[in-house]
Design a protein around this ligand. Structure first.
Ligand code: BES
Ligand code: ZN
Length: 960
């Protein structure tokens, strides 16, 4: 009995039930909230006739707590959903559903709490659910049911108790809105061949599964899911597991199709996915029979835009099977590109969803940067299939381990699929250095949070931040490197074996890594994995290591971008770390050292006058390095005489460390500036990109001041050789350099040359654009160079160029091309065009909701656009808060983007005022971003006061 019985009974009744629900829907949807309200009101009035005391903030009722009690445990669900892809009689898109969950009682209780949000549940004898028991047991009757809006529960109080060890079946029928809100079960729209198409898709992470069907919506509450989707005959339905069959049925007089999916593995609710669309696919089967499919709009598939993803998906799966020492646990792996999608991609088990730009590559129009994005996103999401999906962290407080881990190993998977691209080096740009930038603020926070600190959906959203992703990746990379990769992989494999199909906490991984260390002959760590890692994950920030090569003294200090800032957050480790230091002494790599206290004498680091020390080789550690002045001088002269002696990653490190040490007043800014002098001879991407980011920071500090002119002259001098180099090797910009990262450097050379006014650059890019305007059907601009060319041409042009760009944007059928245009449109210097463009971000017909906040960000990075964007967001704050305030990345990005240029006391006061004015609405998932903005602006004001003059003098002397 059990499973089989319930499936067939439920299937047999599904048609009838769904028909009935359809009729009820229209009335019910509008009534639901009123009923909820009046129910709560009734409870209050019944409770007392005396004056009501204010409700205590910390109620002890279980339904007021965000975490589920530990009384019940789900085993499996049967879920049937029917999304309607046409509007109903009152102009709404809806879905209907029936769902049952078999759960076991773990502790005696007369209360069932199950998550349910924005669903309208059918009443059975006045209650929102039916409860039955398995044979031999009778289920207690339902006393009352209601919705607890704040905590998003359906609350079911019973007349009697559920019995430990016994299983029960909870059944619900419901309708929900298929809104275009990018959350839960939602709809996406696009136009194909002049026809509007609508598809139904999902995004459940973190707390949106409850918006699709009632469920125990916590990652640790794993269960098996039996999913059925009802849809039009000509549409295809997809879900996590493989479809078993699709049959035609008649419901309510309409012919529809019913697709039944095989049972999933035991999994978390946040990884569930459904899609109903008329998408097409391409596929391959691997040696073991795992089916890999790439799905997208018909036109995209016909154009071959899925081919690159198909080419890399299988090798990446193969890589992770080896790396994790565990077979891919499912029989298929679908990747699907969606026209409306909030984040970049989502690792639903077996059905990974992507933004179009993260999966589709068009060889004729996409840049190689777009290709690399696809490679890393696919690799990241597939890494989660094991780490995150097979073994899941029990609660969101450990999200950093899930996302940090995938953000680290995505480079390993990417490197395997594209071995010539030097992918492993790029982690220092995209994770290490970006983590440093926020982790050096006093408003940072430790990687690891206590379970009790993360409760509400907003708090869960806020966990998806740079610290979790990038610092997580950086400390795991460091761990893997000091353990060595074989030891790390061995511990990891054992961890996955022990917790497969279950959940864990971060210390479980440390335990397995420690075991692997203990089993490795000759491997010695100065402390246990736990002790070493505690210092990196339980305290915020990171150290700057100072090496005095005159004495061999090595010391550490908490690195703060604002040196006088008061650190309010206490650390049990006193802001000291156990630091593994890989290093070299002129030309030679030395044995790794550990710094285990505040300061220590390491005699080998004492060097004679013509040697230098370089520490944090290949940036394997998450720390910055400072030296005595003599050593800095020797490093700079090494860079100038023969920079190749210093590993390429460390050339980027020297630049980034020097600039940031200067920002934090550890060294003089002129010393940092001098590290850029060797760039005349640098041809590699990583150092140039690191330099560019620091120089961009300078640009936005100084582009409204007198320093700007002198700085431009210097930069022009530095970039010219690179520009000429690429002009030559690309035969006057007609060919693409063969090396993958050389293509990135070529782009830097063009964009910096144009922005500093290298002769011929602007004319060149504008003539390319003009040619395209004259012949819109034939864009001959190389895809790699398009972003730069479009931006330059639109910046130098007026309404005509802008309108042409806008037209091309609207016509674009390749998402990557649309992004290039969308960002270039923000480059115009014409205020009314920028203002009109800002208005477009509130109109989803013009700019998709998924793209609105990033478009404002592009506008804010333009010197003319910044104040306009700031005013615009403030003026429409309620709208933006309502639309994006509880989402994750996009909202905090919006805040940091519009305040990025702030560096004056006036701007700081505006920022503080903004904080005060909106204290009541709050800042949702952007709260941290706002604090960071205030802290960064404060630091910049101070720094500018002391450094503007020396910077000006230095540029003037160099420009002379
Ligand atoms: N699990 C996330 C997607 C996600 C992000 C869900 C935020 C809910 C809130 C996914 O694995 C992810 O990290 N995606 C990244 C891309 C990745 C390559 C870093 C993203 O969406 O930007
Ligand atoms: Zn991820």
């Amino acid at each position: 009995m059990g499973k089989g019985y319930y499936i067939s009974r439920h299937l047999a009744t599904a048609a009838m039930v769904l028909a009935a629900i359809a009729l009820l829907t229209i009335i019910a949807l509008s009534v639901v909230y009123n009923r909820e309200k009046s129910k709560n009101a009734a409870k209050l009035t019944n409770a007392t006739t005396l004056p009501v005391p204010p409700t205590p903030k910390t109620s002890n009722e279980p339904w007021d707590k965000y975490r589920l009690p530990d009384t019940l445990s789900p085993e499996y669900y049967n879920v049937t959903l029917w999304p309607r892809l046409v509007k109903n009689a009152i102009g709404m898109y809806i879905f209907t559903g029936v769902s049952g969950v078999m759960f076991t009682c773990v502790k005696k209780t007369d209360l069932i709490l199950i998550h349910s949000n924005k669903l309208n549940l059918t009443l059975f004898k006045g209650h929102h659910a039916k409860l039955t028991a398995q044979s031999g047991v009778t289920a207690p009757a339902i006393k009352t049911t209601w919705f607890q809006r704040e905590t998003q529960y359906l609350v079911i109080q019973l007349e009697g108790k559920l019995k430990p060890g016994k299983s029960y079946w909870l059944y619900t029928e419901f309708t929900g809105e298929l809104a275009d809100d990018l959350e839960g079960f939602y709809r996406s729209e696009y136009t194909e061949d002049g026809e509007k198409k609508i598809i139904a898709i999902t995004q459940m992470q973190g707390t949106y599964a409850r918006k699709a069907f009632p469920c125990f919506d916590e990652p640790g509450m794993k269960a098996v899911f039996h999913i059925t989707l009802i849809h039009d005959l000509e549409k295809t339905a997809l879900s996590n597991s493989q479809e078993i069959k699709t049959e035609n049925v008649i419901i309510n007089g309409t012919q529809v199709a019913r697709t039944i999916f095989g049972p999933t593995k035991k999994m978390s609710t946040y990884l569930i996915a459904f899609v109903v669309s008329d998408f097409r696919f391409i596929s391959v089967k691997d040696k073991k029979g795992v089916l890999v499919r790439i799905w997208a709009r018909k036109k995209a598939i016909d154009d071959g835009q899925g081919d690159y993803a198909l080419k890399i998906t299988q090798p990446i799966l193969e890589f992770f099977e080896k790396y994790y020492n565990t077979s891919y646990p499912l029989s298929k792996s679908d990747q699907i590109a969606l026209p409306d999608f909030n984040s970049g991609a989502m690792e639903n088990w077996g059905l990974v969803t992507y933004r179009e730009t993260a999966l589709l590559y068009d060889s004729r129009t996409s840049a190689n940067g777009n290709k690399q994005r696809i490679l890393t996103v696919v690799s990241h999401e597939l890494a989660h299939m094991w780490f995150g999906n097979l073994v899941t962290l029990k609660w969101w407080n450990d999200l950093w381990l899930n996302e940090g881990f995938a953000s680290y190993v995505e480079y390993l998977g990417a490197d395997y699929a594209e071995p010539t691209w030097n992918m492993k080096e790029q982690i220092i740009l995209y994770d290490l250095q970006s983590a440093f930038a926020v982790d050096g603020l006093t408003s940072s926070h430790p990687l690891s949070r206590k379970e009790e600190e993360v409760n509400t959906p907003s708090e869960i959203s806020e966990m998806f931040n740079t610290i979790s992703y990038s610092k997580g990746a950086a400390v795991l990379k460091m761990l893997s490197e000091f353990l060595t990769e074989p030891v790390f992989a061995k511990g990891l494999g054992n961890y996955l074996k022990q917790f497969a199909f279950g959940s864990s906490v971060y210390t479980d991984l440390w335990d397995h890594l420690q075991k692997a260390v203990d089993q490795t002959p000759g491997m010695k760590l100065p402390h246990s994995v736990h002790e070493i890692m505690n210092r990196w994950i339980l305290q915020m920030g990171f150290p700057v290591i100072t090496i005095d090569t005159r004495t061999g003294n090595v010391s550490q200090k908490h690195f703060l971008l604002e040196p006088q800032a008061v650190v309010e957050r206490k650390s049990e480790f006193n802001y000291e770390w156990f630091v593994p230091i890989k290093w070299m002494k002129k030309h030679q790599v030395q044995d790794q050292l550990w710094l285990l206290q505040k300061s220590d004498l390491h005699n080998p680091m004492k060097v004679s006058k013509n040697e230098w020390v370089l520490a944090n080789l290949n940036m394997s550690g998450y720390f910055r390095v400072n030296y005595d002045l003599g050593n800095w001088e020797r490093l700079i002269s090494q860079l100038e005489s023969d920079h190749q002696v210093i590993p390429v990653v460390n050339r980027a490190q020297i630049l980034d460390d020097a600039f940031n040490l200067a920002r934090a007043s550890f060294i003089n800014i002129t010393l940092a500036l001098r590290t850029t002098k060797y760039l005349l001879r640098e041809r590699q991407y990583i150092p140039w990109e690191a330099a560019l980011r620091n120089l961009n920071y300078f640009f936005q500090l100084f582009d409204r001041s007198e320093v700007y002119g002198a700085m431009q002259v210097y930069l022009k001098k530095q970039i010219k050789p690179l520009f000429e180099y690429f002009e030559t090797i690309s035969s006057n910009w007609t060919r693409v350099p063969s090396g993958h990262t050389d293509q990135f450097t070529q782009i830097i050379s063009l964009s910096l040359a144009c922005s500093t006014g290298v002769e011929g650059c602007r004319e060149l890019t504008r003539s390319w654009f003009k040619k395209w305007m004259q012949n819109p059907h034939n864009n001959t601009i190389h895809p790699n160079l398009r972003s730069t060319v479009y931006c330059n041409a639109i910046a130098g042009g007026g309404a005509e160029e802008w309108n042409f760009g806008w037209q091309m944007f609207q016509k674009a059928t390749v998402a990557a091309e649309a992004v290039k245009l969308r960002s270039a449109l923000a480059c115009t210097k014409v205020p009314w065009l920028l203002n009109r463009y800002l208005e477009y971000t509130m109109n989803p017909e013009k700019i998709r909701k998924q793209d609105a906040t990033s478009t404002i960000g592009y506008i804010a990075s333009n010197i003319i656009g910044q104040p306009l964007a700031w005013d615009f967001v403030r003026a429409n704050w309620d709208y933006f808060f309502k639309m994006y305030g509880t989402g994750s990345f996009s909202f905090s990005r919006l805040i940091s983007d519009i305040t990025y240029r702030f560096c004056t006391p006036f701007e700081l006061s505006q920022l503080k005022r903004f904080q005060k004015d909106n204290a009541e609405t709050g800042f949702g998932s952007g709260t941290q971003a706002l604090q960071q903005a205030i802290e960064k602006t404060t630091a910049k004001i101070k720094w500018l006061a002391e450094n503007k003059e020396p910077v000006l003098q230095w540029f003037l002397s160099e420009a002379a």
